[in-house]
Every structure is written in C-alpha cells, then in structure tokens.
Design a protein around this ligand. Sequence first.
Ligand code: IPM
Ligand code: MG
Length: 356
Amino acid sequence: MNAEIVLLPGDGIGPGVIDQAERVLAAVADQYAHNFSLSRELIGGIAIDKLGVALPGQTLEACLASDAVLLGAVGGPKWDDPSAAVRPEQGLLSIRAEMGLFANLRPIAVFPQLADASPLRPELMTGVDILFVRELTGGIYFGEQKQAPHTSGHIAHSTMTYTTGEIERIVRVAADAARLRRGHLTSVDKANVLEVSRLWRRTAAAVVGSEYPDLDYDVVLVDAMAMHLISRPSSFDVVVTGNLFGDILTDLGSMMTGSLGMLPSASLGDSGPGLFEPIHGSAPDIAGQDVANPLATILAAAMLLRHGLGLELEATAVEAAVSTVLDHGLRTADIASGDEPIVGTAAMASAVLEAL
Ligand code: IPM
Ligand code: MG
C-alpha cells in the first residue's frame, strides 16, 4: 500500500519518541512491502517559536491531505504563561476541530509484565481492559467562553454544550467498538445536575435502545465512575463520555497501568485521516536525554496502522513486538520496578525493531 504519513514531533520529548516510532514504521513498510512516505510538520510551542502560531496553515494542509498523522506531544514551561496570546495546546485543539476528529479512542489495558508498576493492588488489575471513547470536538472545550468585569472583580463563563447529533455519533462509535469487544457499554454523565448531561443520557439511551439492543448497556455518574475505576476497573469494557469528563477519567485510568508511557490514543472523524498520539505530554524535564519511554508512541503507530490504514496484521505485529521486549525484561525508567536493567529511548525502540 502507498500511504502519506505526516509526523508532528512537537515539543519536549515529542521529537525523541517520534524518531523512534518513525523507525518502526519504516521497518513495517520494509517488511510488508508498503510504501510509506513520511514528512514532518510543525505544531505546538516549536511552531509558535518559528511561525508565531500553534497550528501553521501548512501543517493543517499537509495533515488534511495525508492518510494519517502521528503526533508526539505539545507544550512546555517556556510557553506556559497563562496570559500569553498563543499557547501550544491551541495547536492540538485546533487540529482536532479542523480535522473533525470527534472520536478519541483511549484503550487502557494492563500489560501483565508490568503488573508491579501499577499503584493498585495486582489482584484489582487482573483483566483490566477498557476502551475509553471520549467526545473530542464539543462540550465545554469548544463552547462559548468569556470574561467580564463584575462588582467583585471579574466573572468568567465556560459553556458546556452538546447537540443531539454530536451525542449520537460518538455513542455509535463506542457502541460499534463494544460489539467487537465484550459487548458492554457504559455511558458516563452528570445528569443529576447538568442539563447537557440529561440530553446526553436521553440521546445515548435512544441510540442504544433502537440500534444496539444487543449490548449490555449502563449509565454511571462521573463522580461515581472515578470511584468505580479504582475499586473495580475490570468490570468495564467500553466507556463513552464527553470531552471534559473523558479528559479527566482517562488520566485516572492511565495511571492504573503504572505509566502514561505505555498508552496510545487515536482521534478519528467520519472520514479523512485520523490523528494518533501517545497519551502522555511533552515531559520537558526529561526532553532530549534519551530516557523517555517510546512505547506509547510506537503503540500509537500500531493504532495508526490499524485504524488509519486498515493494516490489522501489521498493527498486531508491532503490538506483539512490544509485548516481547517487555517479556525480555527491557524497561525504560518509568516502568522499571527495580531488578531489571534500565534502557534508554533509542535502545528500547531498537529492541522492538529486533522483535519485529
Ligand atoms: C489530552 C490533553 C489535552 C486535552 C490538552 C493538552 C489540551 O490533556 O489530550 O487529554 O485536554 O484534551
Ligand atoms: Mg488530558
């Protein structure tokens, strides 16, 4: 297959982990006789430094014209001034909106080899395999925001909005995924307080009731969900929720596996290229030191192969190679539990290449 893949290294450890994922993609192309053409564009802080904007027009054009996009991470203390006119995170929010990437898939599965790395007791972690489906282009992230003077100083508004159509399409993505997994779908909202959640709950129930009656479906309030994720994480299969709740719950969920350094995500639209990235951020404190864990980005590349290019066999091969290096005891610092020798970013990726 011929495929155009745009790499967006971004900031901090982003470039380092993208370099390693690029090696893996090149090896897959070689081994399975594909022709991947890989190009690099600017996003985030580095784009602000070079061009004054977090998402340059050329980057967006290249991404829209591509078959899939692989992103490293954006942001860092250098651009963190809350009053700054442009922030790296805007690059991420804009690219999600401009590419219509409304569905964010965040799988949280435990690697049995890393059971010790989880802060939760191992017996709680057995069998944890959750797919979060987070709505990504609506909700409070994209609702109207403003600040105005107030008798006490200022008043600020951030508005959470969802339309029936936005809820229906994300619920369908989640329900389709549940059918291919264990057939259990959980919708998370705050319908005891928020009007927007009452529409969410009614709409989700209608979609599941009429189109997916075969699914085992339940609804959970977001605060209770935070509790259940810690007390009985293995009881969930696919979890669908809005933008803000999904942001918070997936950080919570990701820590169950012990390290953000292991988790990939995919952001997909109706059609057109998807965007694939590690869940972790730019970790500026360890940037450029060859210590970051490249596995989340390598696993994001596997999701790119599967969901972006339809290459299931190749995706599975990359995931199996990651599992093999863990079996062999290779650990980057973030997933080390003590006895194993610690390897750096490039050495970890080299081991994956070898296993491949
Ligand atoms: C994420 C991140 C982003 C978000 C930030 C960097 C804007 O936390 O992808 O979860 O809040 O969506
Ligand atoms: Mg987040």
